[in-house]
Design a protein around this ligand. Structure first.
Ligand code: ATP
Ligand code: LTN
Length: 334
């Protein structure tokens, strides 16, 4: 059985991009492989945030993942900070990565641009190394993520290969598993279709939150940016020249499991496309919200899932860490 690992940050409102680009694939994988899914709370500390929000966000995210369809009988769901091996391996990998290659990470450039690199947290710079540690600890074969994580996965592979050639075979070299282009790999912001839909963006109107109510979803979809021309053949799938409408077509196609070109052929004007899209999104998120409310009414059960998840994760992670310690010449306490 192949080993699958992926992670999601607990801060900010989870959105449609997270569901279509990642979580939906996690659910589909959970009975095909031996899957570990992680709420990466340590990664959330790389940007400013409120402790109470992080605390609540971690439980909210775990509850939402279960509500969306993760089955704790079929996969291992846990919180990153509950398994200390993640930060322990991260140090060995920081001593494997170079400053130059971390500098090339576009997510660091984007996220540090706001407040300036000088003020950015050092943890934001080393973020991808902790992510590599997450993945490599579990002898992971496959990592289901959205397209924005491609570069981090390449780095993870480079670090695994470098470590193996320096110290001897220690890590499995993982593959990224990204949805096919146009099938949820990169959902764009509805107000700014050149930017990806993101938890940390300021564009609340451009992001469809998984907790949004039907009215809000309708409004956001209706106001989504398209282009000026709304003639009889305005609906076309052409991301390069019509990014706004192509994103809407792609969303509907992804939800319906069809090709974007086929969906575009069903419509002429924007209005009908937007109405059908809003309806499809509501039908997708409503059952998740219902399940969420029911799970949230008994938080003790989610805690129990996380506790047993951490226990199982710990067993696997500790063995890999011991191998890596041994390989670099650290002595393990007996
Ligand atoms: P942030 O904006 O704070 O970086 P995020 O919205 O990217 O957050 P993450 O927790 O970093 O969310 O990502 C969880 C998963 O969702 C990752 O696999 C990521 O690739 C995927 N993902 C995030 N945004 C999108 C998107 N717009 N389209 C497709 N997949 C996405
Ligand atoms: N960096 C990812 C979140 C993340 C992750 C991981 C994804 C942290 N560790 C391990 C896959 C595997 C993000 O920002 N989306």
């Amino acid at each position: 059985m192949s080993r699958v690992f992926s992670g999601i940050q607990p801060t900010g409102e989870p959105h449609l991009g997270n569901l279509l680009g990642a979580v939906r694939w996690w659910i589909a994988d959970q009975r095909q492989g031996d899957c570990f899914y992680c709420v990466v709370d340590l990664h959330a500390l790389t940007i400013p945030g409120d402790p109470a929000e992080l605390r609540n966000g971690t439980l909210t995210m775990a509850t939402l993942l279960l509500a969306a369809g993760l089955d704790p009988e079929a996969c291992t769901l846990f919180v990153q900070s509950h398994v200390p091996a993640h930060t322990q391996l991260a140090w060995l990998l920081e001593c494997t990565a170079s400053v130059g290659e971390l500098r090339r990470m576009t997510q660091f450039k984007d996220k540090s641009a706001r407040g300036g690199e000088e003020a950015a947290r050092a943890g934001l710079f080393t973020y991808p190394v902790l992510m590599a540690a997450d993945i490599l600890l579990y002898d992971t074969d496959r990592v289901p993520v959205g397209d924005d994580q491609r570069q981090h996965l390449e780095l993870t592979r480079d670090l695994a290969q470098r470590f193996n050639s320096r110290y001897g075979e220690t890590f499995v070299v993982p593959e990224a598993s990204i949805p096919p282009a146009g099938r949820g790999d990169r959902i764009m912001d509805l107000q700014d279709p050149d930017k990806k839909m993101s938890k940390s963006s300021e564009s609340a109107q451009g992001t469809i939150g998984l907790f949004d109510d039907p009215k809000t979803i309708e409004r956001k979809v209706k106001r989504a940016v398209t282009d000026a021309d709304d003639g009889p053949d305005a609906v076309r799938y052409h991301p390069a020249t019509k990014p706004g409408v192509s994103n809407l077509v792609e969303l509907l196609a992804t939800i319906q499991g069809r090709r974007p070109e086929d969906v575009a052929a069903d419509y002429t004007r924007y209005g009908a496309l937007k109405a059908d899209l809003a309806e499809a999104i509501i039908a997708l998120v409503e059952p998740i919200q219902v399940a969420y409310r029911s799970l949230a009414s008994e938080p003790g059960s989610v805690d129990a899932v996380l506790r047993s998840g951490a226990k199982r994760a710990e067993g696997v992670a500790r063995a890999t860490l011991a191998r890596a310690y041994e390989a670099v010449g650290l002595t393990l306490p007996t």
